[in-house]
Design a protein around this ligand. Structure first.
Ligand code: SF4
Ligand code: SF4
Length: 383
């Protein structure tokens, strides 16, 4: 890829697409040193920052698409460069020029035509909501529950949705859904630079989230949480709503005595912090507190945890990428869980569940370790 354009013009274009902090990069290399790609291969965000500022000179096609938006480098950059935003701006420019990785095309086409990346029929959201017994939103409900494509269309993640529905019911959380009006939040589309697809999805969801009386939104996925609280506002879709992740809502129910885990779950569990719950939104304790409330459960910490957690590899389009086994972060993560003797890796994000479960399968470790959503473990303990 050689898109050599006058440097001033490039800087303006990158800024226009949200990467204005590029100009303060001092080329220190901290981002490259902390990038999790060091564990499995090569990724050099310092060099990519330089190449972008020089009109993409020397930038190979795949360099721009490797970042999984884990936020490790952004949190450590001494100059406050919003590295993910710069890469997203560069990806948006590539998309505009028609240069999109082949493995993104199917998912983006499905997002455009069906409102989900799984080629699922729109009507399936309504069917799944009915199957899970989720009530239709009324004026009396406190929360609009934004249900997430993964937990609707992916059979594995649908199991977590089922557990969560039961916990919300048992806890007496006041919520309703409007599945006929919901489409994908658009997180992956935005992060891979398909801003046109993101804008379409944001516009459709604006009708749902901006409806009169909707002020609080409950999300199953940290990606939906992040988009609703941050990206829609940035994209000037100001909805006046505040989203909360389900672990925060259930933690409050637990503290208020509305949720009481009583059944022993005698498993050794390592909690994996999803990037979009932890590093992107600072939610580290709520999922841990829920796990600690389960009688019989032994919780262990992974070597890399909380702010230093290792990404599953699924963000920023990573879930659509075809990565060799030994280069998958989730494979490293499963090995780290075995190191601490975990029988279960618990997480609270549909992408993490999918990526980690795939890693367990490719490593042929299904008889040694299991991936469960925090909601699934909690539901096992609640009668
Ligand atoms: S850490 Fe920040 S300042 Fe240093 S090279 Fe990376 S982007 Fe530039
Ligand atoms: S966001 Fe994560 S994957 Fe992307 S460049 Fe930064 S450290 Fe690497």
């Amino acid at each position: 890829m050689q898109v050599v354009t006058p440097i001033l013009e490039i800087a303006e274009l990158v800024a226009e697409f949200g990467g204005e902090s590029l100009h303060v990069c001092m080329q220190c290399g901290t981002c490259t040193a902390v990038c999790p790609w060091n564990l499995v291969g090569v990724n050099n965000p310092r060099v990519i920052m330089r190449q972008i500022s020089l009109g993409f000179e020397g930038c190979e096609g795949e360099d721009l698409w490797r970042c999984v938006t884990c936020n490790t480098c952004v949190a450590r950059c001494p100059r406050g460069v919003e590295i993910i935003d710069v890469l997203r701006a560069a990806r948006t420019m590539m998309n505009a020029a028609g240069s999109v990785p082949p493995n993104h095309k199917g998912a983006l086409a499905s997002l455009h035509s069906d409102g989900n990346p799984w080629q699922g029929d729109r009507s399936e959201r309504v069917a799944v909501a009915a199957e899970l017994g989720l009530p239709e939103l009324t004026d009396d409900h406190e929360y609009l529950y934004f249900t997430c494509c993964s937990q609707t269309y992916d059979p594995r993640n649908k199991k977590a949705a089922k557990a969560l529905a039961r916990l919300l019911d048992v806890s007496g959380v006041s919520f309703g859904v409007r599945p006929e009006a919901e489409v994908c939040c658009g997180d992956q589309a935005r992060k891979v630079g398909a801003q046109d697809v993101f804008d379409e999805l944001a516009e459709e969801n604006a009708e749902l989230l901006g409806a009169e009386g909707v002020t609080k939104v409950l999300t199953a996925s940290p990606h939906c949480l992040n988009v609703i609280n941050k990206d829609y506002a940035e994209a000037e879709v100001d909805l006046g709503v505040k989203a909360e992740h389900y672990t925060e809502v259930l933690e409050r129910a637990l503290d208020a005595g509305q949720l009481t885990p009583t059944v022993e779950v005698t498993k050794k569990v390592a909690y994996h912090d999803p990037c979009y719950l932890g590093r992107h939104n600072g939610i580290y304790d709520a999922p841990r507190n829920l796990l600690d409330a389960i009688p019989g459960l032994t919780r262990v910490e992974l070597r890399r945890n909380r702010e230093n957690s290792l990404c599953c590899g699924g963000g920023g389009g990573g879930i659509w990428a075809d990565v060799p086994t030994e280069e998958r972060f989730a494979v490293v993560r499963v090995r780290e869980a075995l190191e601490v003797g975990a029988e279960v890796i618990a997480t609270a994000c549909p992408y993490c569940t999918s990526m980690l479960e795939d890693a367990v399968k490719v490593l042929d470790l299904e008889d040694r370790i299991e991936i469960q959503d925090v909601a699934e473990l909690l539901a096992e303990s609640v009668e």
